[in-house]
Structure formats: C-alpha cells, structure tokens
Design a protein around this ligand. Structure first.
Ligand code: CMP
Length: 144
C-alpha cells in the first residue's frame, strides 16, 4: 500500500553536509519527497516528538541534541514507505547497522545516529501531523 513516512536528518547529519546524499538515496530507491523543511527545532516540539522516551535516562541529552542546530525534516511517499525507509536507514545503533545503510555508512554512536524515521503507520501519522501541522502533504496536490 502507498504510505507516507516522516524522516528527519538530525543535527549531526546536517552539520556534516549529508542532507543531499541522504535525500538522494531515498529518491533513487523510488520514494517521493512530498514535504521538506530545514528548521531549528523548538524545545516543545522535540519533547513532544520523543514523548515515548520521556522516562529514559538519555531523554534530556536527546532533546538537547535535537535542538542544538537545524534538522532537515521531510515526508516520503511510496509503496511501503515506512518499512522501506527504515531498511535504507539501518538499525538504530550505527555500531550495528549494516554497511550500505545510511547509519551503517555514516554513523558511529547511538546518540548521533544521523537520522530518524517513523517506525509504524501510527507513528508516521502522528509525526507528520506534528511536524507539518499546517501543510497539505501530498505529491499530487493541485496548484490553485
Ligand atoms: P531515534 O530513531 O531518533 O529514536 C530515539 C532516539 O534516542 C534514537 O534514535 C537515538 O538516537 C536516541 N538515543 C540516544 N541514546 C540512546 C540509547 N542509549 N538507547 C536508545 N536510543 C538512544
């Protein structure tokens, strides 16, 4: 089924100049970019996005990292976009992600793991709503 998924190049990926390389990998795979924004993340948005990790010991560091410098937030659309995007990203811990994946090729530690992607249809819907609240996210949007 055609799905949309939320993806974010984290501050480490933006600072290292990896945005083009990363977007290019998704596009070559056949996923379509349907919304995108380079942005400094407000504290409240970071906390809301990572709400499920609120009680984890790394939560404070995670929020301060995500708000430290701009991220590149975007939405991809395509057949099975959620799991396909996660396959291209590789597993969460870059130390264990396979070569050929984004984290496997560019990451080294779990704190700075380059990229985030929605892990289910529910989180994709929640995250797209959260990050692209006031926008119509659709590739086929007509110009009016
Ligand atoms: P992400 O896919 O954005 O979702 C939660 C994030 O928490 C994860 O990627 C990691 O970057 C971050 N994180 C930082 N430290 C840890 C840790 N010790 N275990 C799991 N996730 C961590």
């Amino acid at each position: 089924a055609v799905q949309k998924t939320f993806v974010m190049v984290k501050p480490d990926g933006v600072q290292r100049g990896l945005v083009g390389e990363i977007v290019s990998r998704f596009e070559r795979k056949g996923l379509k970019l349907v919304a995108a924004q380079l942005m400094q993340v407000p504290q409240a948005l970071a906390e809301e996005h990572y709400a499920e990790h609120k009680e984890r010991p790394f939560f404070k560091d995670l929020v301060s990292f995500i708000t430290s410098s701009p991220v590149f937030a975007f939405v991809l659309e395509g057949d099975n976009a959620i799991s396909v995007a996660r396959t291209l990203m590789g597993s969460t811990n870059p130390a264990e992600s396979a070569p050929g994946t984004i984290r496997g090729d560019f990451g080294l530690t779990i704190g700075m793991n380059i990229i985030h992607g929605s892990d289910s249809p529910e989180s994709a819907a929640r995250e797209i709503n959260l990050w692209f609240k006031n926008e119509t996210v659709s590739y086929d949007k007509s110009v009016d």
